[in-house]
Ligand binder design. Structure first.
Ligand SMILES: [Fe+2]
Length: 287
């Protein structure tokens, strides 16, 4: 989600959706999906939230090839009333929020090339569909995503989009969740990345801090490398209650007078789960 960098392409509808054109994928493109899928599927059990694996199963996503959005949407509709629609790339914020508020998840339809297997700038169909869609089959997470879309309209009106976007970043994209004494992955940016799926749980570098709505909305993030901070929720129910169940007006009033928090800062009031060394980020910064 972000501001669009170009005007709506002529082929797109008013809501920016385009046909997926599933029949146009080449064998090489399907093979790229299968390669990425196999690598994540072998590594994620025991690391990812069980609800994610349930979603793969319910949606029959382990079948070979790039999923056909129409068929995927049928299964998803039966599970939670969500659909997956194709868009040409990043869409304007209000369009993005409107889709989520109406239980439509917008996904890119292109797939990365072999030289982009570990890093690409714009989300492709593997990130968007493998990363995001399984959890949309979970009723509580599905409600959270819709609530996020509804909240977006208010954030826009209040001029609080940067802060509100951090909520998405640190939950939907890069969230961790407790599972008994262990931590598990659920953010799409992590689960669709081989490297970050290992780093986010195992590396001593990043901080892992208990989720707090206001804290998260004040915290900057990086888009160019593995995160320096992960925020940990107790459960999807808890996340839903702390966001959809919250009146954001007083939160925004408070945020207006509070400074942003730098990426690697730990505050005295934080509930720290692991205090990171930040060694990875420092090594990268040193080149
Ligand atoms: Fe994403």
């Amino acid at each position: 989600m972000d501001a669009a960098t170009s005007p709506r392409p002529p082929a797109a509808a008013a809501d920016w959706t385009i046909p997926q054109d599933w029949a146009r994928y080449t064998p090489d493109e399907h093979a790229m999906w299968d390669r990425l899928f196999a690598r994540q599927q072998a590594m994620l059990p025991g690391r990812v939230a069980p609800a994610f694996l349930d979603g793969l199963d319910v949606l029959r996503m382990s079948r070979p090839g790039i999923p056909d959005f129409a068929e995927l949407s049928e299964r998803l509709m039966r599970a939670t009333g969500w659909q997956v629609v194709a868009v040409p790339g990043l869409v304007p914020d209000d369009v993005f929020f409107d889709h989520l508020a109406n239980r439509r998840f917008v996904a890119g339809r292109f797939i990365r090339t072999p030289d982009q297997i570990d890093y690409l700038q714009e989300p492709d169909v593997f990130h968007d569909v493998f990363g995001h869609v399984p959890l949309l089959a979970n009723p509580v997470f599905a409600d959270y995503m819709q609530a996020y879309g509804r909240g977006g309209q208010m954030a826009l009106a209040r001029g609080m989009l940067p802060q509100f976007s951090r909520l998405y970043w640190y939950t939907v994209e890069f969230g961790l969740i407790r599972d008994g004494d262990a931590l598990r992955l659920y953010g799409a940016g992590i689960v669709s990345s081989y490297g970050e799926s290992l780093f986010a749980l195992d590396d001593p570098s990043p901080h892992r801090i208990a989720f707090d709505l206001q804290r998260v909305m004040r915290t900057r993030y990086r888009i160019d490398d593995y995160q320096q901070n992960y925020f940990v929720i107790d459960s999807f129910e808890d996340l839903l209650a702390r966001t959809a169940g919250t009146d954001f007006a007083p939160v925004y009033d408070a945020l207006e007078s509070l400074p942003d928090i730098e990426i690697d800062t730990i505050l005295p009031e934080d509930r720290v789960i692991t205090r990171g060394t930040q060694a990875f980020a420092r090594r990268r910064a040193a080149g």
